[in-house]
Design a protein around this ligand. Sequence first.
Ligand SMILES: Nc1ncnc2c1ncn2[C@@H]1O[C@H](COP(=O)(O)OP(=O)(O)OP(=O)(O)O)[C@@H](O)[C@H]1O
Ligand SMILES: [Mg+2]
Length: 277
Amino acid sequence: MIEFKNVSASYDGELAVLKGVSFTIHDGDFVAFVGTNGAGKSTTMRLANGLLKPTAGEVLVDGVATSQLKTSQIARKVGFLFQNPDRQICCNSVREELLFGFQVLGEQGPGAEAQVDELIDRFGFDPDAEPYLLNRGTRQLLALASIIALKPPTVILDEPTTGLDYRECQKVMETVAQLNAEGTTVVMVCHDMEVVGDFAHRVIAMTDGQVVADGPTFEVLRNQEVLERASIIPPQATAVAMALEEQVPNCPAAVAQANTVEQLTEALAAAAQEGGQ
Ligand SMILES: Nc1ncnc2c1ncn2[C@@H]1O[C@H](COP(=O)(O)OP(=O)(O)OP(=O)(O)O)[C@@H](O)[C@H]1O
Ligand SMILES: [Mg+2]
């Protein structure tokens, strides 16, 4: 569990970039942080994994303040994927890269080797490939796999799909969704509301160093005031359903409440059939 209690933060000790941020991430959650550029999302992630300490308030990981924990202690509990995988990749082969985290934690040995073999199989990696020669999507998956290798109960992903094509994005997100289904808590920063709508269970919207909304994904993504304050637009299917609700008199509830292409198609087909009878 990660708790932010009235957290403020600053990089230069003067200008507050977070101003009284509070929320709780429960075990098993899949939470997306959304909002304007410079809102403080990445700063929030750095506070959650202890790279940055609050200037006021408290960040607690499993009930212990990050100010009382070493970064290595937090690293066992919270895996962190940087937006740019190249910031994370440092070895000459995929296999070495996957073993690197174990070495840092002083846990190399047969257990680590077996774990790495399993990951190579699961992701279909070539263990001898040079990480820097892999394409962008595979490098992102490698960075993700190196984090998963250490089995942290929580993973933080800062814009895991930015710069990836649709197929690469799906592969990364399906891997993340499977991790969450197996019990890993997922916290991600994401500017792509289609990805947020498809995968996150909860959304925390930020603007100007503050949380402006926190709730179930589509409650937040359908809140007009929040959309404006956080400069976000809902996923396309949700936007169409919201527009139909506003513009069509007696719009059927199933149409108005649809959030996915499947839900909207089904609701429109049913409405058309009913209208034809
Ligand atoms: N290393 C740093 N040193 C000084 N100021 C910083 C640093 N990193 C971020 N900031 C400032 O802190 C504020 C919050 O930045 P942050 O990176 O957390 O925003 P963000 O919500 O992640 O934005 P984006 O969507 O653009 O990634 C911004 O005003 C930014 O300029
Ligand atoms: Mg950021």
